[in-house]
Design a protein around this ligand. Structure first.
Ligand code: PEP
Ligand code: MN
Length: 338
């Protein structure tokens, strides 16, 4: 349930209610909005009898049950959109963030050339995998720490925030030394120990939807990160597996407005993995902006034919610049900052 504090509630009222929630055996999370503060009280639903105890607290406006299975991610708990900020990247609240770069970091030259090109075209963050979760153990697995160091050089060179994947809890410490945003890949969406560990890291996180996960499962995965104390979470629709084989995955853009009805967390769309074919990426990127996406993540490679992973879905820098120009027209028409 949530304890909605009155606009004029004092700091000591909030602190008192936090202690009250704890004394009922529930876990309090304080969510401060510009209008008012709410305290999410998470725990055994049978404690619902506690509503009366909480309602009588000083500074309390009302106590409401949260009906959605996900509590902290729900719009019922926090009506204001969450804005995720990491250096040059702002996602949500009317700001469209654009994360672009290669699937994998391959060399210093490759990542720096890509970073310069995507920045010139208007990207606000650089992506690049240093630890790659590959379907085959024989495929390129990433440059690991060397790749992270190249990403940090690219950030120093361009000022772009770095978004990179962490595939295992034991790698968080090292990835967090270099990254501005931790990406949790589709294959790891339900790796609950990894989600908890990323939650404890407090670094902004991009959580990708598993190819066979429902939207409720995606939101419950986000809940693990939020519940561990990290409120800076972006959800990413990257396509799901269906019977259709003409694209690598099926990219359901209705996810975007649906999530906006259910959660305050910003929604990023990945048209690269969502389609798996570079000629389809520009149109789906524009469509994602039109659907109200708060961000895009797009694969760009200086020479896609030579890419060590996902070359067939990577845009050249020129194609990326054209894609950005198209997206900007849509964003302008919708009054979205890009
Ligand atoms: C990626 O972003 O390169 C990636 C591996 O994506 P996903 O986890 O969505 O497959
Ligand atoms: Mn990829």
């Amino acid at each position: 349930m949530i304890v909605v504090m009155r606009r004029d509630a004092k700091e000591q009222d909030i602190e008192h209610m936090v202690r009250q929630v704890e004394s009922l055996g529930l876990k309090p999370t304080v969510l401060r909005g510009t209008e008012r503060t709410v305290i999410a009280a998470i725990g055994d639903e049978r404690a619902a009898a506690a509503i009366g105890v909480l309602e009588s607290g000083a500074g309390v406006d009302e106590v409401l049950p949260v009906l959605a299975p996900y509590k902290l991610a729900s719009l019922e708990t926090k009506a204001e959109p969450t804005v995720v900020r990491a250096g040059s990247l702002t996602v949500g609240g009317g700001h469209l963030g654009v994360i672009a770069g290669p699937c994998s970091v391959e060399s210093e030259e490759q990542i720096i050339a890509t970073a310069r090109a995507v920045k010139a075209a208007g990207a606000t963050a650089l992506r690049g995998g240093a630890y790659k979760p590959r379907t085959s153990p024989y495929s390129f697995q990433g440059l690991k720490e060397k790749g992270l160091q190249f990403l940090a050089l690219a950030r120093a060179e361009t000022g772009l925030a770095v978004v990179t994947e962490v595939v295992a809890a034991e790698d968080i410490e090292i990835v967090a030394m270099y990254a501005d945003v931790l990406q949790i890949g589709a294959r790891n969406m339900q790796n609950y120990r990894l989600l908890e560990a990323v939650g404890r890291s407090h670094l902004p996180t991009l959580l990708k939807r598993g190819p066979s996960a429902t939207i409720d499962e995606l939101l419950l995965a986000a809940e693990y990160i939020l519940d561990a104390g990290n409120q800076q979470v972006m959800l990413c629709e990257r396509g799901i597996r269906t019977y259709e084989a003409h694209t690598r995955f099926t990219l359901p853009l209705a996810t975007v407005p649906y999530l906006h009805l259910k959660t305050h967390l910003p929604v990023v769309v990945d048209p690269s993995h969502g389609t798996g074919h570079s000629p389809l990426v520009p149109a789906m990127a524009r469509a994602a902006v039109a659907a109200g996406a708060d961000g895009l993540i797009i694969e760009v490679h200086p020479n896609p034919e030579k890419a060590l992973s996902d070359g067939y879905q990577s845009l050249t820098p020129e194609q990326f610049a054209d894609t950005m120009a198209g997206c900007r027209k849509v964003a302008d028409a919708m009054g979205i900052k890009m």
